[in-house]
Design a protein around this ligand. Structure first.
Ligand SMILES: Nc1nc2c(ncn2[C@@H]2O[C@H](COP(=O)(O)OP(=O)(O)OP(=O)(O)O)[C@@H](O)[C@H]2O)c(=O)[nH]1
Ligand SMILES: [Mg+2]
Length: 470
């Protein structure tokens, strides 16, 4: 995205001085810098509307119009030259995305036009927004909790319908509510525990083995947190797509199988072993499961340095794969290398494919016979892929409240670990004064998840992963 600090800065500080957490007037292009019909430039912050009015052909209207209204006018430079004809959506704090005063400028999408408007805004006193800064401000101004702020980024990067659906659910506050509910249960248990501690202190010290008050509430919180923790793998797979890697010896028919699965002649197929050098990927959906399918270089001992590099890449993709499709050339038969590969990967999710079945039809047990030539075996292969990934195929089976980011997973894991330890100590009849702090840790970890408890460092790291204009 275009930076607007490439001329002398006259506004709210150069980009390298900028930091999250101030309310300086910011502006950024929210759409791609390309030849498009329209583009959207966002602005927000202290005096944003006053500054904008200095470069707008109808300043009085801009400043007196109601919030949430659109006005028509020209962006003009300091000499009064017209830059572009625009529609400006005006927002008044707190009724805006960021919670601040601001305006969205809908202009023409020409690259030069957008650049000129950004320059004019810069000269008027806006600085370029940092990545995610609009959403950061929305969070700071209490418009979104952290789970909803993160869902904005998920929504931007969602590649599948289900990933979008789940992100929207989080944006609507689904995860935030679940975390609040679970936290409420824990706070109740904690309150009961503290009360008992106070009481027993009055009575002369915490009683050993007094038993955890409201234990069923803690158990319910535990079970709901475990469900959330378990949802991560699936959420990640739905967001990123399951990584399915096609591997095998050179010439086994990997690229032919890849093309058959993606229904497109993408990967080069020849009868020369070693055709595929670098890996080739495609996003597809098999039985509603989003899949990042990768075709790789054939595995064998090679002295060709280019091929060696390709094979190294195949190996690192294999290490990360959620599922391996191992292709065997039935005409050549099961080689010693094939057998060794299958042995070495016995503990991994793997489907062995007996390819070129049009020539050698009888596949050994445990192999899926396929022919990239005739298309035979495609349905059993797709069924096996769906079954091995063991993701629910039916939308109704998919829980829509889940956790979506590593940060959220780490918070849930921390909360779970504290709660599990607390319950185990309670089982051992340990005194409540060593159990209570663990409940507090769990509550704090959940508070961190939604952003009620947060450190500036975490926020900086999190929001800097957004794109500019978000
Ligand atoms: N008869 C028959 N030939 C096939 C089949 N699949 C692939 N082939 C042929 O086998 C040869 C190798 O196919 P590729 O798909 O390039 O094999 P690969 O495993 O990608 O090979 P490398 O990229 O060199 O590792 C080509 O001549 C294909 O036409 C099949 O199912 N039946
Ligand atoms: Mg190939």
């Amino acid at each position: 995205m275009k930076r607007i600090n490439d001329s002398a800065n006259t506004g709210g500080g150069a980009i390298h001085d900028a930091s999250y957490g101030d309310s300086a007037p910011i502006a950024a292009l929210a759409t791609p810098l390309a030849e498009t019909a329209l583009a959207l430039i966002r602005s927000s912050g202290k005096d944003a509307l006053t500054l904008l009015s200095t470069v707008f052909s109808r300043p009085k209207q801009l400043l007196t119009t109601q919030g949430n209204s659109i006005i028509h006018g020209w962006i003009v430079d300091s000499k009064g030259q017209r830059i572009d004809e625009t529609l400006v959506s005006v927002y008044h704090a707190p009724r805006s995305y960021t919670g601040e005063d601001g305006a969205d400028i809908s202009c023409h999408g020409g690259i030069a036009t957008v650049r000129s408007i950004l320059h004019v805004l810069h000269d008027a006193g806006f600085r370029e927004a940092l990545p995610g800064e609009f959403t950061f401000r929305a969070f700071m101004n209490g418009k979104l909790d952290l789970t909803r702020a993160e869902s904005v980024m998920e929504l931007v990067s969602a590649k599948t319908e289900r990933a979008r659906e789940h992100a929207v659910n989080r944006l609507a506050g689904g995860l935030e509510r679940e975390i609040h509910d679970v936290k409420r249960l824990l706070v109740q248990v904690l309150a009961g525990t503290e009360l008992l501690l106070d009481y027993s202190e009055d009575e002369g010290g915490a009683e050993e083995g007094a038993g955890l008050p409201d234990r069923p509430l803690a158990e319910e919180a535990l079970s709901r947190m475990r469900t959330l923790a378990a949802s991560y793998r699936m959420e990640k797979l739905y967001h990123d797509g399951a990584l399915v890697v096609i591997a095998g010896r050179p010439n086994a028919g990997k690229s032919s199988l890849f093309n058959m699965l993606i229904k497109e002649e993408r990967s080069i197929v020849t009868d020369v072993p070693g055709t595929t050098r670098d890996w080739v990927e495609s996003f597809i959906s098999i039985k509603n499961i989003p899949i990042r399918l990768v075709d790789t270089a054939g595995l064998h001992a090679s002295f060709d340095p280019v091929e060696q590099l390709g094979i190294e890449r195949s190996l690192s993709l294999l290490a990360a794969a959620d599922l391996i499709i191992y292709v065997i050339d039935s005409v050549a038969g099961l080689s010693a290398e094939d057998a060794a590969f299958l042995r070495n990967h016995a503990s991994r999710p793997l489907i062995a494919v007996w390819n070129k079945a049009d020539r050698v039809p009888s596949a050994p047990d445990g192999y899926i016979a396929s022919s990239a030539k005739t298309g035979a075996g495609l349905n059993p292969l797709c069924a096996a892929i769906a079954a091995t990934l063991s993701l629910p195929v039916n939308a109704a089976q998919v829980k829509t409240i889940g956790i979506a980011t590593e940060r959220q997973k780490a918070c849930i894991d921390a909360a779970l670990a504290a709660l599990e330890e607390a319950l185990s100590l309670a089982d051992q009849q340990k005194p409540l004064d060593i159990i209570a702090p663990l409940f507090r840790d769990a509550v704090n970890a959940l508070g961190e998840l939604t952003g009620e408890v947060s450190t500036a460092d975490i926020l900086d790291v999190m929001f800097s992963r957004f794109c500019v204009g978000k």
